[in-house]
Design a protein around this ligand. Structure first.
Ligand code: BGC
Length: 383
């Protein structure tokens, strides 16, 4: 309707006053108005494929950005795009920037920083996965955090409702600890409903408990009926290889010098804190003895995981995504490259998209101090 057509709106002074109050009330209740996406970059068109991606970790998933040594820069996004990756997985600790009490308001300033990252990805023609990462409180006390988790997702969903489909949501990174499958399956459904209220068709990623393991995906994730879901798993097996010496792991992971593929040229004795644990002791016995084909640090350790995911895939016709895989910097580079290549190729052979963990943190494919890619790992991912 253009000006002059039809009756003039009956805005009596009283109505006008009510309208103004309502408008003010709306603004007051909307501390984080959604960004206007047009003419902001649209990113890749259509549903994102999420084929080859990079985790930009230890930045917005740290308690505050920079606390873990990574501050994101525009050049990170262009560099990753130019290398040949098609998406970013961005771990974000929204829970550290949201109120403890209803409506669990997420700080506008933090949203602005995430918006900036989203725009950087889209500007570089990449999709971006916003992954709620390190919500440790919900792992400890799932029911006490159900409403807050859902409230946080309600806000994220409202905030990005007009963003292109290239902005993908991932409900929770690596559910673990007391977040067992029945509780997780029910909490994720509540969060998904909150998302769907404003984002009916946006791609949403789900993973199972036990740190997003392949086994939990196959055995215990209850997949809601929804045509726009993506199933994810994380792949860090064999973990005594990928996490050797990682400071955040327990004493059984302290043996350094584990190779991929085994067996090693000379037997490797696990450190006392590792051999004190029976499964670890047994693993090292096999690692030192068995030929490559059956070695627990060999291709069969990968196939075992991927077969579980393939079983899930056979039962659930939906895209599958390996949202994290990587090996710590403490392992030798030749083994890391061999493991990364074998894992990446196996995922691609089975039609699973992936995102490497990670760009410049603990399993770095990019040396932030030298401002240079680690060529062996970059090639293992892309060549
Ligand atoms: C964690 C990282 C860790 C990686 C490998 C991620 O989900 O957030 O801190 O380095 O898994 O363990």
């Amino acid at each position: 309707m253009s000006e002059g057509e039809g009756p003039a709106p009956a805005f009596t002074p009283l109505r006008r006053a009510i309208f103004s109050l309502l408008a003010l009330g709306f603004l007051a209740c909307a501390p984080n108005p959604p960004p206007v996406w047009a003419p902001a970059p649209a990113g890749p068109p259509g549903k994102p494929q999420l084929r080859r991606g990079m985790n930009l970790g230890n930045a917005l998933d740290a308690p505050t950005e920079g606390a873990w040594g990574v501050v994101l820069d525009e050049s990170d996004f262009s560099r990753i795009h130019e290398a040949g990756f098609d998406h970013i997985r961005l771990p974000v600790r929204f829970n550290a920037h949201a109120d403890a009490a209803p409506p669990y308001a997420i700080r506008a300033e933090f949203f602005r920083r995430v918006d900036w990252a989203v725009v950087q990805a889209l500007k570089n023609d990449m999709a971006i996965v916003l992954d709620l990462h390190h919500y440790e409180e919900i792992m400890e006390q799932p029911e006490a955090h159900r409403a807050r988790f859902v409230g946080i997702w309600k806000q994220i969903a409202e905030h990005y409702q007009s963003a292109p489909d290239a902005v993908v949501f991932e409900l929770l990174n690596e559910p673990h600890d007391k977040l067992f499958a029945p509780t997780w399956n029910s909490i994720l459904l509540d969060a998904l409903r909150a998302v769907r209220a404003t984002n009916p068709t946006r791609p949403v990623i789900l993973e199972g408990v036990d740190w997003g393991s392949a086994k939990s995906l196959r055995d215990s994730l209850a997949v809601p009926k929804d045509p726009n879901l993506i199933a994810s798993f994380h792949m860090y097996q064999p973990i005594l290889f990928t996490h050797q010496g990682a400071p955040w792991m327990g004493p059984e992971y302290k043996t350094l010098g584990v190779r991929f593929p085994g067996p090693p040229p000379a037997p490797l004795a696990p450190v006392p804190s590792a051999s004190a644990v029976s499964w670890v002791r047994g693993w090292f016995e096999r690692y030192n003895r068995e030929p490559a084909a059956t070695n627990p640090s060999g291709p069969s350790a990968l196939t075992e995981q991927f077969d579980m995911v393939s079983s899930f895939a056979a039962a659930h016709p939906m895209p599958i995504y390996m949202g994290e895989f990587g090996s710590v910097d403490g392992a030798d580079i030749e083994s890391r490259a061999a493991w990364t290549r074998a894992t990446r190729i196996e995922a691609e052979r089975r039609g699973f998209g992936w995102a490497y963990w990670d760009d410049g943190a603990s399993c770095a494919v990019y040396d932030r101090k030298q401002r240079a890619w680690v060529p062996e790992l970059k090639d293992a991912l892309l060549k």
